[in-house]
Structures are given as structure tokens and as C-alpha cells.
Design a protein around this ligand. Structure first.
Ligand code: CUA
Length: 158
């Protein structure tokens, strides 16, 4: 098959770009230990508001000092909508939905999870400085989606 010289150059250039971009993705993923969510945990969306961890959501402190925040994302609020956590310790957010798909993003951190009914999304973050952080729902979930927000108040650790 006879391929024009310039056609061949462009094919090599396009192949080179694909290799370059794929390498950049792999290099960044390795350097930053980026990975897709590996936590899979299911929950019954029909009963989670009645009993169990998500029936009484909130902040829990383990004896070892770890902090866990259980939350519900539901039309159109986060429950609880204000959480107080200490700075400087790892905070594990566990969140699920009893109704439709929501988002859970803590602005200014790398916490950004999809919240699907039937599943528990989990993310751990350490707030280095005290202050207020906005939680937003970033999945369109209905007419009042834009009003769905919460607040994390990070208090200085003592
Ligand atoms: Cu909940 Cu958008």
C-alpha cells in the first residue's frame, strides 16, 4: 500500500500524541496515587431513615480519636446540614441517599463523591486549618437542587 509521505508523518505524530497523553495520565495517577473509588458498601434505601447508622446521622468519635461523620443526602438537604469537626485529624465522611442520586462535594478539599441510593460513599479528609467549608450537591437531583447545601465547621483542635 502506498501512503503519502506527509500522511505517514501525521500518522506518526498522532500516534505519538496518544502515547504522550496516555503516559501523562498514568504518570499522574502513579505520582498522586489517584484511583477510582474502591469502597463498595450497600445499604437498604427503604429503611435507612428508620434504623441503623443513617437513621441518626451525625459526628461520632471513636475511642482511638478517629472521627466519622454519617450523613444523608436527600431531597433537598444534607442531614445534618451543619457538622462540627476538629482540625488536624482524619475525618471520614460516610454518606448515602434514601431517594435519588445526589452529589457530595466539600468545596476546597478533594472530597467529591456521587451519592447513589443503595450505596454508602466514603471519603476521608484532614482539615489542616479551622474554618467553614461549603458542602454542595453537584448532581442535578430536582427542582431545588441548587438550594441543596451544607456546612462543615472545622474547629481548632485542642
Ligand atoms: Cu441533591 Cu442536587
Amino acid at each position: 500500500m502506498d501512503i503519502d509521505r506527509y500522511e505517514r508523518y501525521w500518522m506518526w505524530a498522532a500516534t505519538g500524541m496518544l502515547v504522550l497523553f496516555a503516559s501523562a495520565i498514568v504518570a499522574r495517577a502513579l505520582a498522586e496515587s489517584a484511583h477510582p473509588p474502591s469502597h463498595t458498601e450497600t445499604v437498604d434505601p427503604e429503611t435507612l431513615t428508620v434504623s441503623g447508622e443513617f437513621a441518626s446521622p451525625g459526628v461520632r468519635r471513636a475511642p482511638d480519636g478517629g472521627v466519622t461523620v454519617s450523613m444523608r443526602a436527600e431531597l433537598y438537604v444534607f442531614a445534618p446540614d451543619i457538622v462540627r469537626v476538629p482540625a488536624g485529624v482524619p475525618i471520614t465522611f460516610r454518606i448515602t441517599s434514601p431517594d435519588v442520586l445526589h452529589g457530595f462535594q466539600i468545596v476546597g478539599t478533594n472530597v467529591n463523591a456521587t451519592v447513589a441510593p443503595g450505596y454508602v460513599s466514603q471519603a476521608t479528609v484532614t482539615f489542616e486549618t479551622s474554618g467553614r467549608y461549603l458542602i454542595v450537591c453537584n448532581e442535578y437531583c430536582g427542582l431545588a437542587h441548587h438550594l441543596m447545601q451544607g456546612t462543615v465547621i472545622v474547629e481548632p483542635s485542642r
